[in-house]
Design a protein around this ligand. Structure first.
Ligand code: COA
Length: 194
């Protein structure tokens, strides 16, 4: 699929949450969510900082918005049903081949007080449904740090297959290396069950 001719879907709505690309002005919601979640995010999300201002956050969402329109990366926000609160972030990232290969990687974080209640699994299932119906994806992958048991469990609960371990795959800022555990679901597997 040509990246120039693809018009990306914008949103997936469920009774409990809305997943959509970031819009101008979402910086205030992003700042509130990440500032309430630093301790929860810092172990596995290298971008997390103790404090992120509304201005910085607005620049980040503008970059996400621009890259979404250019088909360069599809970063998504997870919003409450009324879109008044950011519950977390996700995305169809193009590190696994991208539009030309019809293959993407789903990333995710859930804000601290909403984590551990089933939301991550529900959002991952929603992204698989959206991804295999309205997007061109034929393969959706989930990569997690081998130590990230919550992430591994979330992929399992969403029905993704465990494909293996890339040993010492990523280099951490402190010089240590981490295994990456790989999960994925194929479009044909999703279709067989829906
Ligand atoms: C990973 C993450 C997105 C999952 O979202 P979530 O809303 O917490 O997920 P759910 O509540 O649907 O499921 C989490 C599962 O992990 C389990 N879990 C959480 N912490 C765990 C731990 N330390 N050890 C083992 N299992 C753990 C929960 O018990 C639950 O499984 P269960 O339903 O069988 O009890 C979220 O925890 C998060 O944002 N973590 C920080 C950022 C991150 O690591 N992102 C993933 C990058 S790949």
């Amino acid at each position: 699929m040509g990246t120039d001719s693809f018009i990306a879907p914008e949103r997936w709505v469920t009774p409990d949450f809305v997943v959509r690309g970031y819009q101008l002005g979402d910086g205030v919601l992003l700042a509130e969510a990440v500032n309430a979640s630093f301790e929860h995010l810092t172990t596995f999300m290298p971008w997390a900082k103790p404090y992120q201002s509304v201005e910085e956050s607005e620049l980040i969402v503008r970059r996400f918005h621009g890259r979404y329109l250019l088909n360069a990366d599809f970063v998504l926000g997870i919003f409450s049903a009324d879109e008044g609160k950011l519950l977390g972030g996700s995305g169809f990232h193009l590190r696994e081949g991208g539009l030309a290969e019809r293959s993407a990687e789903i990333g995710m974080w859930i804000r601290a007080e909403a984590a551990g209640k089933g939301l991550g699994t529900a959002v991952l299932k929603a992204l698989l449904a959206w991804g295999f119906t309205e997007w061109p994806w034929e393969r959706l992958a989930w990569h997690c740090d081998g130590r990230n048991l919550a992430s591994r469990r979330t992929a399992e609960k969403a029905g993704m297959a465990h494909e293996g371990v890339l040993r010492q795959h990523s280099l951490m800022p402190d010089g240590s290396r981490r295994d990456t555990v790989l999960f994925a679901m194929l479009k044909e597997e999703w279709e067989r069950n829906h």
